[in-house]
Design a protein around this ligand. Sequence first.
Ligand SMILES: [Zn+2]
Ligand SMILES: [Zn+2]
Length: 484
Amino acid sequence: MANEAYLSILDQKREKLFGLSDAIWEAAELAFSERKSAELLTEALAEEGFEVTSPAYGVETAFTAKFGSGRPFIGILGEFDALAGLSQEAGVVEKRAKEGMKSGHGCGHNMLGVGALAGAIAVKEYLQQTGASGTVVYYGCPGEEGGSGKAFMAREGAFKDLDCALTWHPGEVNAVYTDASLANIQVLYRFRGISSHAAGAPEMGRSALDALELMNIGTNFLREHMIQEARVHYAITDTGGVSPNVVQNYAEAIYLIRAPKVGQTQELFARVNKIAEGAAMMTETSTEREFIKSCSNFVSNRVLEKEIYRAMQGLPLPAYEKAEYAYAESYTKTVAAEPGKTLDKIKETFIESENAAFLEERKKSAIYDFVVPYEERHPVKAGGGSTDVGDVSWQCPTAQFWAACWAPNTPGHSWQIVSQGTGPIAHEGLLYAGKLLGATAVSLIEQPETLAAARTEFEAKFAGQTYAPIPSGVKPRPMGDFAK
Ligand SMILES: [Zn+2]
Ligand SMILES: [Zn+2]
């Protein structure tokens, strides 16, 4: 597989792909404001002969790029948004903000978008060289961070005609993504009161800030009485003012409510609403809420997982030199955690002891330059975060993988990720991801029976369940709007 021409074309284009990823790193645009990044990607795709539709599905910075004709329809998902407050110099092994830069690619979405683009190019090459029937669609998916862009796209009908969707995420390891993710709902709560002189006429005032504080306290008590896996977080976005001698007549907070299943987030949402109303009643203020967005839990497709793993086994991994291992080591040293903690976490999910032993032996590797063994039988715990790939997984059979793009122990959403974002592991990792997406997609095009089996699994998993889209009328909201 390694010598296939449709994959080696990516080696010829490597510098171009790396340059594109670096340019998106430089642009570092926040959710739903990724105009420059979307333009860079659509230009590259148009140059490759893809038919670009931009904007797509009612989201300004979303787009699609299509190549080929007839079935199967293979979707490849790319992200390209950055995170606020993560300005960082590239290649500097300490926290150092980059002048003139406010945001940073702290989740590696510059690599994600370009790795996915490389995958789409590989499939295009295959279709062109063989004349096989098939269509590859690159989905430019904006606003993953706090925006759930794919959920807005899914609401307008994206992804549902696909035979399958594939994607990846940069990480520490090369591994099939076997877990689920949490569904979530994000809501803005506003409180309105009456301002007055806090010393001269306190009895005249009704404090919106008191109401907000009581809401947060009420939620703290709620936490004892919700399911173990659920999470409720908040950010206070407006305290009403900076003068303590004024009774604040306005306050607001964004709440993020998470649980393993969509229905569970809806139940929790109703309970949090009661707390907000109770806080308003206690303080004689009023409250209103604005639904910002929601996303669904990710349901992985086992048939596709196995196909990704099969492709991984036929694909050579990036080869690194001494200097690159030393480079990685310097980043790992910036984190206090025990070496190999990510591998320990993965080990806990293994049934086969030899797989655990395989990882144990490699705990001290300076780069996780190997493939994590895949076990067909594995637990699905939805441990941790959410992803809007979840919404895609409700529309069509979907699977994803991790590719090693940074040093072991690099924390998520950190300056270390931004700093490594244009480095050698980032580059080789995204190229590997592109080849793996391409190889998996091509093997699926060549095996209609596997795609049919993936569809059967999809139908069985979602039997009797209905997708809960973001309510109509709710519009994507640029992350920058929240930063005051
Ligand atoms: Zn992220
Ligand atoms: Zn991410």
